[in-house]
Design a protein around this ligand. Structure first.
Ligand SMILES: [Zn+2]
Length: 135
């Protein structure tokens, strides 16, 4: 079972960003270190939600490229995507569609109305909830 380790500092940052842009969905790319059973978040790269939507998000490809280049130089792996929902922290039908395009990336979702975080991963064609360990 995969565990996502997330320092409380990052939890604060994610919540601040979600509050700032609420009710629009906040979004970010997550980088860090991957091992077999554990993923440790070491870098959160926020980007504007190009759609300014309350139900979906899109990151400008220029921001994606810049974030990936920077992380690579720092020796960090891509872990997954973060976004907020002004709704419960579970994947929407749109999220499920995009999860299929992002392979085994983790999807970290913050409910900006309920304040909780949840993480998901598509594995063998099914969406599984990933345990989050806050530190
Ligand atoms: Zn979503």
């Amino acid at each position: 079972m995969l565990i996502l380790r997330l320092h409380s500092h990052y939890v604060d940052l994610l919540k601040q960003e979600a509050e700032k842009v609420h009710p629009v969905e906040a979004c970010a790319m997550l980088f860090g270190n991957l091992s077999r059973n554990e993923v440790v978040v070491e870098k959160v790269k926020f980007a504007p939600n190009e759609l300014q939507s309350t139900v979906r998000f899109e990151i400008d490809p220029t921001n994606v490229t810049a974030a990936f280049t920077e992380a690579e130089e720092e020796g960090l792996d891509f872990i997954g995507l973060f976004h907020s929902h002004p709704a419960p922290a579970s994947p929407s039908p749109i999220d499920l569609k995009y999860m299929k395009l992002w392979g085994d990336a983790l999807w970290l979702i913050l409910s900006s109305t309920e304040g909780n975080l949840a993480a998901y991963q598509l594995s063998d064609g099914t969406v599984k909830e990933v345990t989050i360990r806050m530190e």
